[in-house]
Design a protein around this ligand. Structure first.
Ligand code: CTP
Length: 397
């Protein structure tokens, strides 16, 4: 799987840098071609000589050696994948803001390869709000962030922030290049966020969906090689992932039209949006005044997008979400059958940390053949991976 794959590794200044020697060894043994860039401070933790011997390639540290410069554009374009491991707080902050003061950052900013990062830091640094915010920012750019481990830290303390072990990074890379898990040449449509149904020029009916789950699914599909269109309702998330085609809409009707207009060209759909079920019967063109003591707003049903796609589907795989509070499996299965979906992703509002607004989710995936897979509470990125794994399984069924 890794044979002949070109892997560029960026090593930054962290004690975990010594573990990269082991990873390089594993990759070279598996037949991968490895090139390495180090930041000057990484070179204080592990020597370029060690890594160049193991990778069988020259290790690059500086933008120039006084006589010639290192072609960072060529390095970034050479790679099938750019791994930054360990990722220090400092380089994370630079990636988040686009600061370019060394060869590694110049290569990162000009790279066209998918980027995977393995953060490594002390627990307090890991938990700092600026670290969380920077990680969110770089994930929004389309970079994949590997989870950190829990255990002994360089400070002598124990906690969260350890770099993923070389074996775990190696397995991730193997999976990344596994053709069987790939969705290359597939076109995907994902919906996310709430919809807003106008009452008058200043008011609307909406819901608390953040769009995070749908975005995570879109990013995971894109990471597996699918060409992704994300149709997103009004969400505060800023999306700058170049690999995803973003279509912003506001109302259920606009989402309906956007979905139907591309449905025939896609191979799979994940309906993660929390589409409003009802909208005002009429929209006032002027602001409604509070002239009466009580006010009744007649509502009519919105068009059910998933139902419409289910009725129209030919070969597409359709996945829907069901947010339930009671009789969860029964309700979700009913929706799957009624809307002709192939998968239903169920979250229960009874589970803490699941549903709207959280960075985590707890799901059960139901299939048409009656299978049911329950997962523990996870980060939405990891949940997206489980969802996409199930879609890939259906694809091969
Ligand atoms: N959905 C849709 N169009 C709508 C309403 C919902 O496409 N107008 C999709 C959602 O994106 C989700 C699935 O249908 O993937 C289930 O949504 P949900 O609102 O939970 O189901 P409903 O059928 O609307 O049932 P209820 O609100 O009664 O629970």
């Amino acid at each position: 799987m890794l044979a002949a794959k070109k892997i560029l590794i960026g090593v930054t200044g962290s004690i975990a840098a010594y573990k990269i020697a082991m990873l390089v060894r594993l990759l070279v043994k598996a037949g991968a071609e490895v090139k390495i860039i180090m930041t000057p401070s990484a070179a204080e933790f592990v020597t370029p000589l060690t890594l160049s011997t193991l990778s069988r390639n020259e290790v690059h540290v500086d933008l120039s050696n006084g006589k010639s410069w290192t072609n960072h554009v060529a390095l970034g374009r050479w790679a099938d994948l750019f791994l930054i491991a360990p990722l220090s707080c400092n380089t994370l902050a630079k990636m988040s803001s686009g600061l370019c003061d060394n060869l590694l950052m110049a290569s990162y900013l000009s790279s066209t390869a998918p980027v995977v990062v393995a953060p490594a830091m002390d627990e307090d640094m890991w938990l700092h709000p600026s670290t969380k915010s920077n990680l969110k920012t770089i994930a929004g750019f389309g970079n994949r962030v590997l989870p950190v481990g829990n255990g002994d830290l360089a400070s002598g303390l124990s906690g969260e922030g350890r770099m993923a072990e070389p074996e775990a990074i190696f397995s991730y890379l193997e999976e990344f290049f596994d053709e069987a898990l790939s969705l290359k040449h597939w076109k995907a449509l994902v919906t996310a966020g709430p919809t807003y149904e106008a009452i008058d020029p200043v008011r609307y009916i909406g819901n608390r969906s953040s769009g995070k789950m749908g975005l995570a699914v879109a990013q995971e599909l894109s990471a597996r090689g699918a060409e992704v269109t994300l149709i997103m309702g009004p969400s505060e998330l800023s999306i700058s992932d170049k690999s995803i085609k973003l279509v912003r809409i506001e109302s259920a009707r606009e989402m309906f039209d956007a979905c139907l207009s591309i449905f025939d060209q896609v191979d799979l759909v994940v309906m993660a949006a929390a589409v409003a079920d009802y909208k005002p019967e009429t929209v006032s063109t002027v602001k409604i005044k509070k002239t009466t003591n009580s006010f009744t707003l007649p509502l009519v049903k919105t068009d059910d997008i998933l139902l419409a796609l289910g009725q129209r589907k030919t070969t597409q795989i359709l996945a829907g979400f069901a947010l339930e509070t009671d009789n969860e499996k029964e309700n979700a299965t009913g929706k799957m059958i009624r809307k002709n979906a192939d998968l239903m992703i169920l979250n229960s509002l009874r589970d803490e940390g699941a549903g709207f607004g959280h960075d985590t989710n707890k799901i059960t995936i139901l299939t048409r053949s009656g299978e049911s897979f329950s997962y523990e509470l996870k980060d939405k990125q990891q949940v997206a991976k489980d969802i996409v794994d199930n879609i890939v399984k259906l694809r091969h069924a």
